[in-house]
Design a binder for this molecule. Sequence first.
Ligand SMILES: NC(=O)c1ccc[n+]([C@@H]2O[C@H](COP(=O)([O-])OP(=O)(O)OC[C@H]3O[C@@H](n4cnc5c(N)ncnc54)[C@H](OP(=O)(O)O)[C@@H]3O)[C@@H](O)[C@H]2O)c1
Length: 330
Amino acid sequence: MVSLQIARQSNARISSLPRGLVALFVGATSGIGQSTLQNFAQHAPSPRIYSVARPQTVALHESQLAALRRSNPTAKLNLIQADASLVSEIDKVVNEIMQKETKLDLLVVSAGFMAFEGRKDTREGLDPSMSTRYYCRQRAVQLLLPLLKNAASPRILSVLAGGLEAELNEKDLDLKDPRNWSFWNASVHAATMHTLSLERVARENPGLSIIHWLPGPVDTAGLRRAAQFGMRPPNQMTEAEAGERGLFCATSDRYGVRAGLVPAPEGVGPANRSGGGIFLLGPLGESTDNEGVLATMRERGIDKVVWDFTQQVFANIAANGSHDASKDEL
Ligand SMILES: NC(=O)c1ccc[n+]([C@@H]2O[C@H](COP(=O)([O-])OP(=O)(O)OC[C@H]3O[C@@H](n4cnc5c(N)ncnc54)[C@H](OP(=O)(O)O)[C@@H]3O)[C@@H](O)[C@H]2O)c1
């Protein structure tokens, strides 16, 4: 466990890092992502920050970014309009960043929600509660690898449910059959498939630090919406604290596979990586492990099944996209 005071002290040292860190936030229009973005923008020297907002939140997010520009005039903050529930929109975001940047130091992904009202697929045929929390995050990670590999100490922070992985319905990974889908099963699938796929990325990219963080209950708009459906967990962290802790996870060398950002605080030391080679973190930045579930899945090759299934989903979306585009031209 890391105290909030230690996290704050570490965050204050971000101002001594080299100028020009490049970061992308997906899901920072509200909640934990927004608070993490706010803290990063305040502390980082001359950062170049990209943040995604869907059309209905663009105006709000633009005003949030304007406030951050006032708090740190050295920060370049760019809003990219895109819907984080659509794989094809993530492709657009990545293309835009690829045209402007040669490296990416930090990717923070936190878009997502629980589909209490039921499943209503996106035009790409995915459950948006799963695409925001798994497919689109995974797509961003995969496509951004070339830029991440060009950074000195690249980090990925995914805010979701590290350590809460559980058995999958292996015959219906996408939970297409209405008898298999529930808002809870969608959450379990998103988190578990995410960890398994991130582990593979970590194995293939040993210089990349990957953090899958379970923030615990945080008093955000998402959790307040959950309360309307009877989900009111006790001991909720404030959004402000979650942002400070999120930034600590993203920038402390405690969670670095190689040093290069803020040195790990004295007396706290480096965190342990999970059996799969990523940092699975609990709410207070403590390493967790879920090998009871994950090791068996890896032994049975379920990680590969998930990976192959995911690549097929991406390929189908790309194929349908070009089909539609070609129809438009006729
Ligand atoms: N808060 C908690 O207690 C808690 C606990 C454990 C895990 N988590 C997970 O951590 C992540 C961040 O949580 P949070 O409470 O900070 O979230 P939040 O404030 O409710 O929302 C975070 C982001 O998700 C985007 N989003 C929501 N629904 C979307 C949709 N249908 N399509 C596209 N984007 C959508 C929001 O965009 P808009 O602003 O445009 O709506 C926002 O940028 C979520 O994945 C959540 O499931 C949260």
